[in-house]
Ligand binder design. Structure first.
Ligand SMILES: Cc1ncc(COP(=O)(O)O)c(C=O)c1O
Length: 389
């Protein structure tokens, strides 16, 4: 039987990491295990109280049924309290909050809810590849906007305003930015909200890294009047060490939440109740939780800086988030060449910046999701491979 995939998949390949992990798996069968510094999947566990809550609710006989599509009130209230405490944003848990099965699904839900053929959507280059993929899946046309180190990796809104924006319905923003670790200023956030209002664009802010190595978490929704034009995604994957649990959230005006539910409720059902209750617990932890987490990420980041020095890469020491973004030496054509060389010679995997768009070609990205000992070993392997050449 000849069966063709749908047109919408024509330019959509299996996710880069999904393919790369298979390659690493194959390498692992032929010798020393590869040290994977590619993915931002926290290796540290969630707080013990989170696990206890999961156990407690999972052991009840009444918690195994389907859950409602909007998430349980204790989770929505915990999300609203978290936003009030840390971001100074006031949300009504009954109107402005939608728990998600990870924020990645939210990217697709948003694109499928608002975009169709003929529409355009702006996305960052370099940026998280899921934005461009979700725009493509919706049938709309993705329009990359370039980010550059010289501009603090912030979009040039004046230059964008000079383009024809008549078809642009939606713009993806992500600060702290992945992969560059750049942060946005409040002034920029205000300008972005004004830009969205002026051009009638829905600003979709993806905010999973705001607690990692930052002094102060920031939400785009904290800007006055933002609720009119902004929706925000957030996640427990990074800040609560719960990547595999798949808990994210969408925050925005009541109408926006109701619109996204029209798509999402036809795709999936509510999360397992014990997961929702444990997530609520995670969000209620005090500031000490984030301080402790950041203490270990700070120490790891120092190790990564040393590893990057060994590779003769340059980097901004002020960057935040779960990775270090670094410029490669000029004698490599691009980050893929350096990444491949390290993988083959040292059995260490580091992400080539080019997978985040052409703006990342001259960069690599190193994850902080490895212990200091593993990071030391990765550096030793690289040094040894160089001496043995
Ligand atoms: C910028 C960005 N957004 C969203 C996600 C997805 O996070 P989640 O685990 O909540 O789906 C990631 C994960 O790596 C990310 O880097």
């Amino acid at each position: 039987m000849q069966i063709q995939v749908a047109k919408r998949l024509k330019h959509t390949e299996e996710y880069y990491f999904s393919k790369k992990l298979s390659e690493i798996e194959t390498l692992n069968q032929t010798g020393e295990k590869v040290i994977n510094l590619g993915i931002g999947s926290p290796d540290l566990p969630p707080h013990p109280a989170v696990i206890e809550t999961l156990h407690e609710y999972a052991s009840l006989s009444s918690t195994h049924a389907y859950q409602n599509y909007r998430g349980v009130l204790p989770l929505r209230s915990a999300i609203a309290d978290w936003y009030s405490t840390y971001y100074q944003v006031s949300l009504d848990p009954n109107k402005h909050v939608l728990p998600l099965i990870g924020s990645k699904e939210g990217i697709v839900h948003i694109c499928m809810t608002y975009l169709q053929e003929g529409d355009e959507a702006l996305f960052p280059n370099p940026g998280y590849p899921a934005y461009a993929a979700a725009i493509r899946l919706s049938g709309a046309t993705g329009v990359p906007y370039d980010l550059d180190a010289s501009n603090g990796w912030l979009p040039d809104l004046d230059a964008l305003a000079k383009r024809d924006l008549s078809r642009v319905k939606l713009m993806w923003l992500n600060y702290p930015h992945m992969p560059t670790g750049a942060t946005a200023t409040t002034t920029f956030f205000k300008e972005a909200v004004a830009f969205a209002k002026q051009h009638n664009i829905l600003l979709c802010h993806d905010n999973p890294y705001s607690f990692i190595l930052t002094d102060r978490p920031q939400s785009l929704l904290s800007i006055e009047g933002a609720m009119e034009v902004v929706i925000e995604l957030n996640s427990l994957s990074k800040s609560s060490n719960m990547a595999g649990w798949r808990v994210g959230m969408l925050l925005g005006a009541e109408n926006r939440i109701n619109e996204v539910i029209r798509f999402k409720s036809n795709m999936d059902s509510g999360m397992f109740l014990p997961v929702q209750m444990a997530a609520a617990k995670a969000l209620s932890l005090g500031r000490e939780w984030y301080d402790e987490l950041n203490e270990s990420y700070r120490n790891r980041r120092e190790k990564v800086f040393r590893l990057l020095d060994t590779l003769r890469c340059t980097y901004d020491k002020q960057q935040v988030g779960l990775f270090v973004w670094a410029k490669i030496p000029v004698d490599y054509p691009n980050g893929y060449a350096l990444s491949d060389e390290i993988l083959q010679q040292s059995r260490v995997f580091i992400t080539p910046g080019g997978i985040f768009g052409t703006g990342g070609d001259a960069y690599i990205r190193v994850s902080l999701c490895a212990t200091e000992a593993v990071l030391d070993e990765a550096r030793d392997r690289i040094i040894n491979a160089k001496t043995n050449l």
